[in-house]
Write a protein that binds this ligand. Structure first.
Ligand code: C2E
Ligand code: CA
Ligand code: CA
Ligand code: CA
Length: 278
């Protein structure tokens, strides 16, 4: 038993060491990733449910590591948040996405919205509003075409000037959507109080539609609440025609998911939108 215990401990330490060094590896490499142009954005179309037309895209960051290949954002965004790199990374994403939208518009793709993910920690930095302003200014993009995706997590922790910051950005013309809706547990009071125009039903609720009784209930409740509050609703992770039909029949405004398109690099996305609009 003693032997087994020690083996268990050694195994545990081995695991811990592996995790710590993995983390340090990512952290060290992240610092150089931006300078070395290892990051890029992919764009996933959003479809207006009632007409089938493309209303916008969501920008999603990708890291192509020279030895490791693609590292998913769920793995490196938390590391970037921990080691203070979310600020430069987030600023890069904002600039890049704004520039891309303006580029598409100059190329004749008009009436397109760009949704950009904002990490709670990034939003909380004192310089956030200035970073947004600078991205808008240097790209020349119309702020009304930019939507910032924030999460419930941001609204759950106190931030004294959260309201005023949201309002300042809203006054600049930007809009907000609430990402991963339903996965946190804050009160819904903020939906009424804060300038949020869309909620994004999390893909975990969409996955087992139709058929899963609980997920159907959550979806119906979310859609009816959104309607009553005058908010638009976007469903993410739509993979099947049955999910699309369930959602659009119940009044979901916008759909996003592999059924329509995967997130794509800029050239491919530009072509996809062109083709889709013809
Ligand atoms: P999210 O914002 O909830 O994004 C949705 C995720 O679902 C994306 O994963 C997207 O590629 C994936 N997805 C889209 N359609 C489908 C579908 O039909 N089925 C399934 N199963 N998945 C689908 P991705 O790109 O790996 O991003 C993961 C998360 O990383 C994002 O979740 C977001 O929280 C974060 N993230 C991505 N890009 C950025 C960024 O630029 N800044 C920040 N702060 N976070 C980002
Ligand atoms: Ca998102
Ligand atoms: Ca989500
Ligand atoms: Ca998320």
């Amino acid at each position: 038993a003693k032997e087994a215990g020690r083996n268990g401990y050694q195994f545990f330490m081995k695991e811990m060491n592996a995790r710590v060094s993995r983390r340090m590896f990512l952290e060290n490499n992240l610092r150089r990733a931006l300078e070395r142009h290892e990051m890029y954005l992919v764009y996933q179309p959003q479809i207006e449910a009632s007409t089938g037309r493309v209303s916008g895209v969501e920008a999603l960051v990708r890291w192509n590591h020279p030895e490791e290949g693609l590292i998913p954002p769920d793995r490196f965004i938390p590391v970037a948040e921990d080691c203070g790199l979310i600020e430069p990374l987030g600023a890069w994403v904002l600039h890049q996405a704004c520039r891309q939208l303006q580029d598409w518009r100059d190329d004749g793709l008009d009436e397109l919205m760009m949704a950009i993910n904002i990490s709670p920690m990034q939003f909380r930095k004192p310089g956030f509003t200035d970073t947004v302003r600078s991205a808008l200014h240097s790209s020349g993009v119309d702020p009304r075409c930019i939507e910032l995706e924030i999460t419930e997590t941001l609204l759950m922790q106190p931030l004294n000037d959260l309201d005023s910051r949201l309002r300042e950005l809203t006054a600049m013309g930007l809009t907000f959507s609430l990402d991963d809706f339903g996965t946190g547990y804050s009160s819904l009071g903020y939906l009424k109080r804060l300038p949020i125009s869309r909620i994004k039903l999390d893909k975990s609720f969409v996955a087992d539609l139709p058929g899963d009784v609980e997920d159907e209930a959550v979806t119906r409740a979310t859609l009816s609440m959104a309607k009553d509050l005058g908010l638009h609703c976007v469903a993410e992770g739509v993979e099947t025609p049955a999910q699309r039909d369930f959602l659009s029949e119940r009044g979901c405004d916008t759909l996003q998911g592999y059924l329509f398109a995967r997130p794509m690099p800029e050239q491919e996305c530009r072509e996809w939108i062109r083709h889709h609009r013809r």
